[in-house]
Write a protein that binds this ligand. Structure first.
Ligand code: FES
Length: 175
């Protein structure tokens, strides 16, 4: 049996489907709307979408997992996306990613256990001449180094001090 919250979400998903009914290729815009509203595509959304759009659950799941922009779980309060495309790789993107993974204690695609930071990969941000490039909460940054990344995360923490409890090295600094 669905919880009241789940029922509300399912109803909202059905309403979003209804708003796009008849559109060609409706699944993608519907998924974007769900993610805008809820922050991620929940596993429970998949059967609702499949039933409403008369497609298989596997088809819905395939689209959600194919596009890296779609999340299957809530993102952290800060989202860091680091570019792994060729130009950034040539100027040290992999070293930067290795540092970020090690300092945050998560792999690409994961969120720190306290929900503070989600670390993601991206393939080209259109800032190739200034790599390694990345985004912190949607803001584009070039010539990233470990120190600059730490500074950006610190600034993000300062913008929402109550929301953060750990530094990138895992030490508690605020609660
Ligand atoms: S390759 Fe990284 S921004 Fe284009």
């Amino acid at each position: 049996m669905e919880s009241p919250g789940a029922a509300t979400r399912a109803d909202r998903v059905r309403a979003l489907v209804a708003a796009h009914r008849g559109d060609r290729g409706a699944l993608l815009p519907i998924l974007h709307r769900i993610q805008e509203e809820f922050g991620y595509i929940d596993a429970d959304d998949v059967p609702v979408l499949a039933a409403e759009l008369n497609i298989s659950r596997a088809d819905v799941h395939g689209v959600v997992t194919f596009y890296t922009d779609f999340r299957s779980e809530p993102a952290g309060r800060t989202v860091v996306r680091l570019c792994r495309a060729e130009a950034c790789q040539a100027v040290g993107a992999e070293r930067l990613i290795a540092y970020a993974e090690q300092s945050l204690g998560v792999a690409l695609g994961q969120t720190t256990p306290d929900g503070a930071v989600t670390l993601e990969q991206v393939f080209c941000l259109g800032n190739c001449a200034l790599g390694p490039s990345g985004q912190v909460d949607g803001q584009l940054h070039g010539r990233l180094t470990p120190a600059r990344l730490d500074a950006l995360l610190a600034a993000s923490r300062a913008a929402a001090p109550a929301a953060y409890e750990v530094t990138t090295s895992g030490k508690t600094v605020n609660s």
